[in-house]
Design a binder for this molecule. Structure first.
Ligand code: NDP
Ligand code: HSE
Length: 329
């Protein structure tokens, strides 16, 4: 039996989801993979907050250094969000011999290069599948596929909260503010929901995908990041009278001659024949156009506790496999 010990930084929507999925899958992982994944320490901001009963409160700390420096911990999972403590903690963990899994798109979009470099320097692994489109394995797809076809375009719905809000506005006539409150209650929105509704979260996800594809920073051309904050019921009704839907769309188009990638983030009015027209609620989708492959579309849950936890734990398994290989060489 192999054993992976986890330090969990954050125990909110996603952290609690991770504990729930781990509890559900513990026996299967032991039986089918001979792997035991144990959470040794859990870091939160406020020890007095009420917690789901899946949380072993004896493991709670407020000091991430204690968890990241613990010699018994192999992998640190960062699901605190933000970029201050999260960046410090992730770099500290890597420098103290821990591999890292994060769901934090803001962190990976802004500091991904530094984090990957430090991981290489210290011989550790960094994985971030859940940071882009939560439960949809798009990072895995870009890493393991598209070696023959050259990607010429990405286009997708990349924010679950925005798509959920627009769907409620379309289907139930909800006002923007009420639909946002509902998305927050379901655990879809960021701690600061401006990130979602102003398009920044979706832009961060696009930057991570462009990093995965190897597009240099200076080849990325775009100006304005648009959000859905100003969309009114009147706009929705106008779209509906034309059999259209307003969706928040992210796109990136490769200009083969110049090598530049032109990106756009903002609301668009989609007609019925658009492949993204039917992607509703918290679902996300991404269409990846390859020059030889044609268009490959991935869709699934773009936010939420369990899909995100599932993607985080897939990454833990990938690291476990690499650690086992390293140990046996
Ligand atoms: P929450 O706000 O629900 O949870 C954050 C957790 O981190 C809380 O337990 C909080 O402690 C803890 N925390 C925050 N800052 C600190 C700090 N400085 N020191 C110690 N603990 C801290 O966020 P989510 O779970 O929704 O999101 C976490 C991350 O996952 C974010 O990066 C988000 O973008 C990403 N993500 C979220 C998805 C979702 O559907 N929610 C989907 C995909 C990715 P306390 O509980 O005491 O407040
Ligand atoms: N707040 C994000 C969203 C979470 O709504 O898409 C998933 O990244």
């Amino acid at each position: 039996m192999d054993n992976i010990n986890i330090g969990l930084l954050g125990c909110g929507v996603v952290g609690t989801g991770i504990l729930r999925v781990l509890a559900d899958k513990r026996d299967t992982l032991r039986k089918e993979r001979g792997l035991s994944i144990d959470v040794r320490g859990i870091v939160v901001r406020d020890l007095d907050q009420p917690r789901d009963n899946i949380v072993d409160t004896a493991k709670l700390h407020t000091d991430w250094i204690q968890v990241c420096a613990d010699d018994d911990i192999d992998v640190v999972i960062e699901v605190m969000g933000g970029t201050d403590s999260a960046r410090d903690a992730v770099l500290y963990a890597l420098r103290h011999g821990k591999s890292v899994v994060t769901a934090n798109k803001e962190l990976m979009a802004k500091y991904g290069e530094e984090i990957r470099r430090v991981a290489r320097e210290y011989g550790q692994f960094v994985r971030f599948e859940a940071s882009v489109l939560a439960g949809i394995p798009v990072v895995h797809t870009l890493e393991t596929y598209f070696h023959i076809s050259q990607i010429v375009r990405l286009r997708g719905i990349m924010n679950g909260t925005s798509n959920y809000i627009l769907t409620r506005m379309h289907q139930e006539g909800l006002a923007f503010a009420d639909a946002l409150r509902a998305a927050q209650a379901l655990g879809y929105a960021e701690a600061n929901p401006d990130m979602d509704v102003d398009g920044i979260d979706a832009w961060c996800k696009l930057q991570i995908l462009l990093d995965c594809i190897g597009v240099p920073q200076d080849a990325r051309v775009g100006t304005e990041i648009g959000g859905i904050r100003s969309i009114s019921q009147a706009d929705i009704r106008t779209a509906q009278t034309q059999n259209c839907k307003i969706k928040h769309i992210v796109s990136a188009e490769w200009d083969v001659a110049s090598g530049l990638v032109n990106w756009h983030v903002g609301p668009e009015t989609l007609t019925l024949d658009d492949p993204l027209y039917a992607i509703d609620d918290v679902q996300n989708a991404i269409c990846i156009d390859g020059d030889a492959s044609g268009t490959i579309t991935l869709s699934g849950p773009g936010a939420g506790a369990l899909p995100t936890a599932s993607a985080v734990l897939e990454d833990v398994l990938k690291i476990a496999q690499k650690l086992q290989v390293s140990l046996s060489v």
